[in-house]
Design a protein around this ligand. Structure first.
Ligand code: DGY
Length: 320
C-alpha cells in the first residue's frame, strides 16, 4: 500500500519528524524563511497530513486545494492562523499543542516583565557602548516588581502560570477572564477584577487571551488612557490584541511607562517600526515557547495529532 504523505512547513525538532517518518513519507520545508504561500498552495494537493506553524495562513483557499488533507496539526497552542470552522466543514481535523508550553511561555512573560521594569536591555546597551564610567545614584532607575500589582487579562493555563509567578515575587494579583474562576481563586491568592479595574489599578498588565473578533484591538487608546503612568504592558499572546498605533502613542507620550512584547502586529515587526526606536519598549521575536525541551515536546504532540488522524482515531490534542 502507498504510504500517506505528510508535509511539515518548517524544520521542527527531530523527535516529531522521526515519529512521522516511521509511518509516512515526510517532506520538510527546510528553509530558514517560511514557505512562500504560492509554493505551499501548489504542493498541498499531494498531502494527507500537514504540520504547520503559526505563521502559515491555513484558510479556505488552501483547504480547497487540498483534496487529500485529513489533518492540520498546528505547531503552537494558538490557532488563529487556521480557519477551524471551514476545516470542520471539510472534515479536516485540526490539532494544537496545549499544556506543554504553559510554564515556558509564562517564564518568558515574566522575563519581559522583569527586563522592562529594571530596564535591562537599556542597561546592557549602556555598558556595551562604554558609557559605564562610574556608579550613578540616578542611573537607569526602574520600577519595583515586589509589592506591586499585576493584572492578568485572560486566565487560562498561561495566565494562571503568570499569576503564580507574580505571587512568588510578592505581587498582588488581579485577573480578568470572561467569567470569574472560583477554583483558581481557591487555589491561589488572586482577585477577579473588571477590565476597567485592571487598567486603573495595575502596575503591570500581562495579556494571555486568544486572538478572536472580540479580543482584536482590545488594548486601544481608551484602555491605555485608563492605565497608570507607571504601568508596564506585557504581551505574549498575539500582537493584534493591541492596537499598535495606540501603543506607540502611549509609549511616546509616557502615558504608560513601558512595554515588553513577544508578539507584534504585524509580525514580524517591520525593522523601521517606531516601537523599535523607543527605549521603553522591549521586543523579542515570538519566543514564548522557545525552550529546547518544550519545542521538542511540541514536535511530538504535533506528530501524535497527525498519526491519530491518519489512523482514523481521535486526535489527542484536538481543536474544535
Ligand atoms: C503559541 O504556541 O501559540 C505561542 O504563541 C508560542 O509562543
Amino acid at each position: 500500500m502507498k504510504k500517506e504523505k505528510v508535509f511539515i512547513t518548517r524544520r521542527i525538532p527531530e523527535k516529531g519528524i522521526e515519529l512521522l517518518q516511521k509511518q509516512y513519507e515526510v517532506e520538510v520545508w527546510s528553509d530558514e524563511e517560511p514557505i512562500p504561500r504560492d509554493i505551499l498552495l501548489s504542493k498541498i494537493q499531494n498531502f494527507g497530513g500537514l504540520v504547520c506553524m503559526l505563521s502559515d495562513k491555513i484558510d479556505k483557499e488552501l483547504m480547497d486545494q487540498a483534496p487529500k488533507l485529513k489533518v492540520i496539526a498546528n505547531y503552537a497552542v494558538g490557532f488563529d492562523n487556521i480557519d477551524v470552522k471551514y476545516a470542520s466543514k471539510k472534515g479536516i481535523k485540526v490539532g494544537n499543542t496545549p499544556g506543554v508550553l504553559t510554564e515556558t511561555t509564562a517564564d518568558l512573560a515574566f522575563s519581559l516583565l522583569m527586563a522592562a521594569s529594571r530596564r535591562i536591555t537599556e542597561a546592557v546597551e549602556y555598558v556595551k557602548a562604554g558609557k559605564w564610567h562610574t556608579w550613578g545614584p540616578r542611573l537607569l532607575l526602574g520600577y519595583d516588581v515586589w509589592g506591586s500589582t499585576l493584572g492578568v487579562i485572560g486566565f487560562g493555563r498561561i495566565g494562571q502560570a503568570m499569576a503564580r509567578r507574580g505571587l512568588g515575587f510578592g505581587m498582588k494579583v488581579l485577573y480578568h477572564s470572561r467569567t470569574p474562576k472560583p477554583e483558581a481563586e481557591e487555589a491561589m491568592d488572586v482577585e477577579y477584577a473588571s477590565l476597567d479595574e485592571i487598567y486603573s489599578q495595575s502596575d503591570y498588565i500581562s495579556l494571555h487571551i486568544n486572538l478572536n473578533e472580540s479580543s482584536k484591538g482590545l488594548i486601544d487608546k481608551k484602555a491605555l488612557n485608563q492605565m497608570k503612568s507607571n504601568c508596564i504592558l506585557i504581551n505574549t499572546a498575539r500582537g493584534a490584541v493591541i492596537n499598535t498605533e495606540d501603543l506607540i502613542d502611549a509609549l511616546e507620550t509616557s502615558k504608560i511607562a513601558g512595554a515588553g512584547l513577544d508578539v507584534t502586529d504585524p509580525e514580524p515587526i517591520p525593522s523601521d517600526s517606531k516601537l523599535l526606536k523607543l527605549n521603553n519598549c522591549i521586543v523579542v521575536p515570538h519566543i514564548g515557547s522557545a525552550s529546547y525541551a518544550t519545542r521538542s515536546k511540541m514536535s511530538v504532540m504535533a506528530a501524535e495529532n497527525v498519526i491519530a488522524a491518519l489512523s482514523g482515531e481521535t486526535l489527542p490534542y484536538e481543536v474544535k
